[in-house]
Structures are given as structure tokens and as C-alpha cells.
Design a protein around this ligand. Structure first.
Ligand code: SF4
Length: 344
């Protein structure tokens, strides 16, 4: 049986093995072809709570960079256009933060991205992970980063049995990330660590036989790691909304809540009379499982303070959460054939 090497005592060999593997195996992503800090920030913000497949294969990143190719363009854009371009990615605060960060770079740094940790951490929506990603991927500056993939790899390498999402667990992971960081080729090293977690040291049973750093790994039961705090219980919610059309316009409600401010959705039924059920479906947001039901309006509802009649020709560019977009598209497509619900 071969003895495991101590990665903290021999980080150089570990770093070489990891970066060597990455040179051969690295996937080609558009944000890896650039050292533009803005492009790196966009990719990192998008990938925070959205899958790689969504960002990449559905073209969100490429479309965003075409619409807002630099900080100045994003800083000057109307918020409604920014939110509309984020549609499909969810968690819209990320889009707002991205624009606020772009404005801060323009106002505080004359449009030139800062390359120090304190300055980056001062930008809206930029936490320690994102700052580390921008520093290492854009500027090749030694800066640790810990995302979900890196946390899993580190917890297994160290056979860490504590909960990684506790404050103590987080502190420990960041300490290890910092201790293992090379002084050079940080761009490749950090990207390699993340890619190892994406492709080899995956959730569930990892592919240890293919792992370039297995000589340093102390995990005895890697599939059981990392350990996390028990999940919040799923809360079921029902959301009943109206489809009210009149004279080529649709009644819409502007969201005022923190999470979806600036977006538009179908107005809530809330005590109003309604006709037949037109559509129903489910979506999940954080720990809420929502059943969305669309009812035909009975007559022409009087708009409430946060509601407006929006021309249906403007719907395409109106920022809207994607569950509503999907539901509305289905209903409008069906009704455009026989238009039973348009009193106009
Ligand atoms: S040997 Fe297995 S558990 Fe350890 S880092 Fe590699 S893939 Fe992960």
C-alpha cells in the first residue's frame, strides 16, 4: 500500500501535478480565453448560482458580452435592459450587483478594474470568492478561492469530517486554500482546482483512479464527504395569478420585493374574481416549491397601485422571471388560436 503524501508539507509537488493535468485536460471556456477582469467578473457572477450548461450552452454569457461588452456600456445601460438580458438565469440581484459594480469601477477607478483584494471587495456583490477569481484569472495574482467544487476537493484531500458550511469549516477551507496556493501560475492552478471538482472529484462517488492528485489525498470514504449542515425543509407555496387582456394589452404587476425588484409578473388574484384555470406548473426558488396557476380574468380588472396595462408587443423585452415567461408564452400561444379571454 502506498503512503499518502502530506499536501501541506509538499505543496509544490501537488501544485505541479494539478497544473500538469490541467494543461492537458483543461476545458475551453470563453472566459478562459481572456484576461479581461470585466469578462471574468461577468462569468463568475453568472456561474454563482447557475449551472455551467445554462451559462454556456444556452448562450447567456456570449449574449451578455455582445450586449454589454465592457464596464462603461453596462454602467450606462438602463436597469430594465440589464434585467431583461439576465432572464433565464434567476437570482436577479446578481445582475443588479454586476451593474452597480460596473458603475463603481467607472466612477471610482476611471473604468479600469482594480487589482487588489480590498478594492475588489469594495465593489457591490463581490465577495471573497469572486475577488479571488478576478485576481487570479484576470491578473494572475496569488489569491485563494473556495467555491463548492474547491470545498469538496479540499475536504476530501484533508479527510475533513466537520461541516464545511459552518463558520469554522469555512475558515478551515480558506486556510487550506491559502496554504496550498502557488506563487506563480495561479491562474492555471485555481482553474485546475475548480475543474478537478467539476469533472473528477465530483459529488457522490469521485473518479479517484483518474485523479492527478490522489497521491496526496487522505480521504478514506470520499463519497461521504464533504459533510454539510442539514438542509432547510422544502416549503410548498401556491401562487395564483390572473391573465387579463384588453385591447392588445396585458395587465402586469411590477415586483417591489428585494429579490425580484424591477421585474414584471402576472398580477396576483388576491380576492379578485376569476374565470377558468388556463395553465399550471411548478418552479423552485431557494427552498420554496411553488405551484403557479394562471386563471383567466373575469371581466376587466381595475389595476392596483403596482399594476399597469402593458402593450403585448412590449412583452418580449419586458424583464420577467422565467417561470412567468414560460407560463405566459404557453397561455398566449394557445389563446392566440381562439382568443377566448380577450374582451377587447
Ligand atoms: S483522490 Fe478521489 S477523493 Fe481524493 S481528491 Fe482525487 S478524486 Fe477527490
Amino acid at each position: 500500500m502506498t503512503q499518502t503524501r502530506n499536501v501541506l508539507e509538499q505543496p509544490a509537488g501537488f501544485q505541479r501535478a494539478l497544473v500538469g493535468w490541467f494543461r492537458v485536460e483543461a476545458r475551453d471556456y470563453p472566459w478562459r480565453r481572456t484576461t479581461d477582469a470585466y469578462a471574468v467578473l461577468v462569468s463568475e457572477m453568472m456561474l454563482q448560482q447557475t449551472t455551467l450548461a445554462m451559462v454556456l450552452e444556452r448562450g447567456h454569457y456570449v449574449r451578455w458580452m455582445e450586449a454589454f461588452p465592457d464596464v462603461a456600456t453596462l454602467a450606462a445601460a438602463p436597469e430594465s435592459r440589464v434585467l431583461a438580458h439576465w432572464e433565464g438565469l434567476g437570482y436577479y440581484n446578481r445582475a443588479r450587483h454586476l451593474q452597480q459594480a460596473a458603475r463603481a469601477v467607472v466612477e471610482r477607478f476611471q473604468g479600469v478594474f482594480p487589482a487588489t483584494l480590498p478594492e475588489l471587495l469594495g465593489l457591490p456583490g463581490v465577495g471573497r470568492y469572486t475577488a479571488g477569481a478576478v485576481l487570479s484569472f484576470a491578473f494572475d495574482v496569488p489569491a485563494p478561492l473556495v467555491d463548492g467544487n474547491v470545498a469538496r476537493v479540499l475536504a476530501r484531500l484533508m479527510d475533513h469530517q466537520g461541516e464545511i458550511d459552518s463558520p469554522a469549516g469555512q475558515r478551515q477551507l480558506w486556510q487550506w486554500a491559502e496554504a496550498l496556493l502557488p506563487e506563480r501560475e495561479v491562474r492555471s492552478y485555481n482553474a485546475a482546482l475548480m475543474e478537478l471538482g467539476q469533472r473528477i472529484c465530483v459529488p457522490g462517488p469521485p473518479s479517484c483512479l483518474l485523479c492527478p492528485v490522489r497521491a496526496w489525498c487522505q480521504a478514506t470514504e470520499p463519497a461521504a464527504l464533504p459533510r454539510k449542515k442539514p438542509r432547510r425543509e422544502v416549503v410548498r407555496v401556491e401562487e395564483d395569478v390572473l391573465v387579463a387582456r384588453h385591447g392588445g394589452r396585458l395587465l402586469m404587476q411590477q415586483e417591489l420585493g428585494r429579490r425580484r425588484r424591477g421585474l414584471w409578473k402576472l398580477p396576483a388574484v388576491h380576492g379578485r374574481k376569476c374565470g377558468p384555470l388556463l395553465w399550471h406548473g411548478r418552479y423552485t426558488i431557494t427552498h420554496h416549491r411553488v405551484t403557479l396557476r394562471l386563471f383567466a380574468a373575469a371581466g376587466r380588472p381595475v389595476p392596483r397601485a403596482d399594476e399597469s396595462w402593458i402593450p403585448e408587443t412590449d412583452l418580449e423585452t419586458l424583464p420577467m422571471p422565467s417561470p412567468f415567461r414560460r407560463a405566459l408564452n404557453a397561455v398566449l400561444a394557445a389563446h392566440d388560436d381562439n382568443r377566448p379571454n380577450d374582451p377587447a
